[in-house]
Design a binder for this molecule. Sequence first.
Ligand code: DX5
Ligand code: ZN
Length: 216
Amino acid sequence: MIVAPSVLSLDYSRMKEQVDELNASKAEWMHFDVMDGHFVPNLTFGPDILKGFCKMSPLVKDVHLMVSDPFFFSDVFARAGADYITFHAEALDNDDRSIRDLCDHIHSLGCKAGISVKPFTRIDAVRPFLKQFDLFLVMSVEPGFGGQAFLPASIAKIETLRHWLDNAHPEALIEVDGGINEHTGKLCRDAGADVLVAGSYVFKNDIQKAVESLCL
Ligand code: DX5
Ligand code: ZN
């Protein structure tokens, strides 16, 4: 299991100390929630923050774009050091052509591409793109804020995706984001998830132990 702590929940008054702990933990990825105050009612990081994290940590940089203009922000965050860039199908009104174009564009920037759906968007929205994307992100809370409770309906989405991908694109990764703790993380793993994003659970507990409990 790949664990991707979300630095949305990091204590920025103890940034260096907490990033050092992440570096010493079993986390392989670091998750960046980019919010534009428009696609979601919250505002977070610009590219200079990502550049700073790139200097502080060798972890894979997993950028989750919760923005209305993912074409613009893909360029910005690819230049800043993103390894994975994931955008929301809803931001492009689930338009097939635009989704394929942006996926190709992200690949042309040298990054892996991910597609995400919100909790109340059917998982069928990503079915036309199974072969094209490297990562499929199932949102298990409404995007915008950390600290929300895991939505149990996410489990069926993960199982469906796993089934589709086992046939169409077994190397693609299924990531789950929102309300992940030791208990919900296990449910996601059993359903077929490969990557667990966790914010509050990691940063409000002993960082190394919390990460380890999700690695199982
Ligand atoms: C929500 C974000 C999540 C969030 C997860 O919009 O995409 O990545 O940080 O936080 P927790 O683990 O606290 O639910
Ligand atoms: Zn996220």
